[in-house]
Design a protein around this ligand. Structure first.
Ligand SMILES: Nc1ncnc2c1ncn2[C@@H]1O[C@H](COP(=O)(O)OP(=O)(O)OP(=O)(O)O)[C@@H](O)[C@H]1O
Length: 706
């Protein structure tokens, strides 16, 4: 729509140049305004329109009118002459700016937000941390940008000088025209050249600063996300987090660069040109100054409203991305259930809502910019109107009016670009605030710090003592209720029981993915909260779960994930213990075989054995098996079970099992129900009790016979 509007506008202004050019006609001694009339034999009008932009054309017309007007001092002649082109210029600029900002904002692709309320605060001290290393380059960029802006302020004045030289030559008609104009023209050329160099310099520096700040922010944000607790990831969707790393930082970078380059330049030019305007004509400048405070006040009001709209719109885009991310991440499940249409519908609904919100935002910003442009253009219109009066009464030279017009145009352009910047700043600040929110987020369970137990004295005894626990995302729902259990060193303890009884939660607390709400988990008699978490997870506990997730790299790298400094021989030895060596060796690329995204090119049993090798390579004292074989068919289970039997020797083992056949040899079997242990003993002891365990065994046998 906006492009259409723009192109229509261009067609209008370009295909009918004479309509603009012929806004005035001469009737007797008076100049009259006429919209479409082209005078035939007037010296004031040639068949070609004057070159340049709207204001330059107005200036040319003014000059011609002054030269050809029979009564140069007639105020009404000058005023009427100027009014027509000025009105045209103002309306053209208004439509252009509305169209442009419509295009800008309807195409916006904002980042994501996760926090709903309150709006994250923009933390300047965090920004400073990233900017400080680039300070030298940034200061240089600012100085160059400032210099370019200062030179830009000189241009109207020098153009005025040039016009005065031309006007004097026309008036006096002595000497060589080229000689007269050469000096000021060369000066102006030099100014353009230097300004071009400064502009190139500051853009190069600024883009370097922007890229480096963004890269550092990305690295820090990723590090901060990796530091967060598992509870944090329960509450936040992966797609949204990834979006902060990408879209939000991108948005922030663009705003950062734009504010420093365009913002600084625009502000400097606005101030500088205002000074020039005042020096040229305090009267005309006064007119401009009256309107400005009203403009700023209205801008601040509309700005806060638009900021809210922007935040809501970005939240909605985040929702849409979350839906797409989930569907694409689980594409096999979606296809298996033939749910493509439903997922598309869900995504479309979210996209439609976000589209509507962004349209509202774009509309709001367009109205804001349109209004501000009306105001700005009215200032120009007024100054042209009054300037004509001053020329007519010989209070101003043509050169001064030229300078005033160009300077006021620079002010106008600068203010317009400040108003465009406004939208970008709004988005940049929200994006930055969202990034900074996570940068300053401290995990409740710190990864480092705390003590370590020397390897030779570590026995691997684990005690859960009166542990109660609710997941942070469901604070009212107590999953474990005064749960107590001891895992003696080098013994195997199995937990069985009803689904949702809290078995996996016990394993999560041992891994310290969460801390108990009350009670304590101990390793060798020490509260695990006092131990170094990186050591605990990295060296003491090996974890194998039902759905092992592999990384999209080689088999070798996946096994080495358990111990990054492991030698090839150690990797192969771990693979042999895990019954994986034979199938890995049968691949054409052996240990260098790429496993595909999440190990998609391997069978379930193969993935599980690589996961076992990955856990065994760090030679953990404690091994946690969370339904490690329950997803496998009978043959795969046999091979994996064989590997597990070997792997569990000489370690403290916690097995969480559904298939009771796999844990009959455990030293202790605990039956869990509703967050508590309700029965405990060996397989035979529990069978002889005839309680819940016997029921479970009976049920499973019955299911197996079906
Ligand atoms: N990340 C989580 N956030 C909130 N609640 C959770 C979370 N994980 C599990 N729960 C809830 O905690 C309870 C216990 O879950 P848990 O996975 O420990 O049970 P389980 O005994 O291992 O079940 P299953 O045998 O089916 O795997 C369930 O009610 C479950 O809905």
């Amino acid at each position: 729509m906006s492009q259409l509007l723009c192109s229509r506008l261009c067609v209008t202004s370009h295909s009918r140049p004479l309509s603009f050019y012929s806004l005035c006609r001469k009737t007797g001694d008076k100049w009259k305004l006429s919209r479409w009339y082209i005078p035939r034999n007037s010296h004031a009008h040639s068949s070609n329109p004057p070159p340049g932009n709207a204001l330059q054309r107005i200036w040319s017309l003014t000059q011609r009118a002054i030269r050809h007007s029979p009564s140069r001092t007639s105020k009404s002649a000058g005023l009427k002459f100027i009014l027509g082109p000025a009105v045209f210029s103002v309306s053209a600029r208004l439509f252009c700016s509305v169209a442009r900002c419509e295009a800008d904002y309807n195409n916006n692709t904002p980042g994501e937000v996760i926090t709903k309320d309150p709006v994250p605060e923009f933390k300047w001290h965090i920004l400073w941390k990233f900017v400080r290393p680039q300070l030298f380059a940034l200061v240089c960029a600012v100085v160059l940008a400032f210099g370019a802006a200062i030179l830009n302020i000189q241009i109207p004045l020098m153009l005025g000088d040039l016009v005065n030289v031309v006007a004097r030559y026309l008036r006096e008609n002595t000497g060589s025209y080229v000689n007269e104009i050469k000096g000021p023209a060369m000066k102006l050329l030099g100014l353009y050249g230097i300004q071009g160099l400064l502009t190139t310099g500051y853009i190069i520096l600024l883009s370097r600063v922007g890229e480096r700040v963004a890269a550092d922010m990305r690295k820090s944000l990723f590090a901060s996300l990796l530091r967060q607790d598992v509870a944090f990831f329960d509450a936040n969707k992966t797609g949204q987090l990834v979006n902060r790393l990408t879209a939000d930082i991108q948005e922030f970078k663009s705003s950062f660069k734009l504010v420093i380059s365009q913002g600084l330049r625009s502000i400097t030019q606005t101030v500088g040109c205002f000074v020039s305007l005042y020096v040229i004509s305090p009267k005309l400048t006064g007119l401009t100054v009256v309107v400005l405070p009203c403009l700023v006040g209205a801008g601040a009001l509309i700005g806060s409203f638009l900021r809210k709209l922007s935040r809501l719109a970005q939240e909605q885009v985040a929702k849409a991305t979350g839906v797409a991310d989930e569907a694409l991440g689980n594409v096999r499940t979606v296809k298996a259930f033939a749910m493509e249409e439903r997922e598309l519908q869900l995504y479309s609904n979210e996209v439609d809502k976000s589209c509507e919100m962004n349209e509202n935002l774009g509309g709001g910003i367009a109205v804001f910019q349109g209004l501000s442009n009306v105001a700005l253009n009215c200032i120009v219109l007024g100054t042209i109107f009054a300037g004509g009066t001053l020329i007519s009464s010989n209070e101003m030279s043509p050169g001064d009016l030229m300078s005033f017009l160009v300077a006021s145009q620079t002010v106008q352009r600068s203010l317009a670009s400040i108003s465009i910047l406004f939208g970008q700043v709004v988005r940049g600040i929200s994006s930055g605030a969202r990034v900074f929110e996570y940068l300053s987020l401290q995990p409740t369970i710190p990864l480092s710090g705390g003590g370590r137990i020397p390897y030779h004295s570590l026995t691997g005894r684990v005690d859960f003592m009166n542990v109660s626990f609710s997941y942070p995302t469901r604070p009212g729902h107590e999953v474990l209720k005064k749960f107590s259990l001891s895992l003696p060193p080098c013994k195997t303890v199995a937990i069985v029981g009803e689904s949702g009884g809290g078995k996996s939660t016990v394993a999560s607390l041992l891994e310290r993915f969460y801390d108990p709400t009350s009670g304590v988990v101990m390793l060798d008699g020490l509260d695990i909260r006092t131990l170094d978490l990186a050591w605990l997870r990295g060296q003491v506990i090996g974890f194998i779960n039902q759905e092992p997730v592999l990384f999209g790299s080689s088999v070798m790298e996946n096994i080495r994930f358990g111990k990054p400094d492991a030698t090839d021989a150690e990797v192969i030895s771990a693979a042999k213990q895990a019954n994986a060596h034979r199938f890995i060796s049968s691949f054409p690329d052996g240990y260098n075989t790429m496993v595909g995204e999440r190990g998609v090119t391997l069978s379930g049993g193969q993935k599980q054995r690589i996961a076992i090798a990955r856990a065994l390579i760090k030679n953990p004292s404690i091994l946690v098996l969370d339904e490690a074989t329950s997803a496998l068919d009978a043959e795969s289970e046999r091979v994996v079970q064989e590997a597990l039997d070997r792997a569990t020797r000489g370690r403290t083992v916690l097995i969480i099992a559904h298939r009771l056949s796999t844990i009959q040899g455990a030293d202790l079997i605990c039956v869990m129900s509703n967050g508590r242990i309700v029965e405990a003993g060996t397989h035979l002891e529990l069978l002889s009790k005839g309680g819940l365990y016997s029921d479970l065994i009976r049920r499973q046998r019955a299911e197996g016979q079906k």
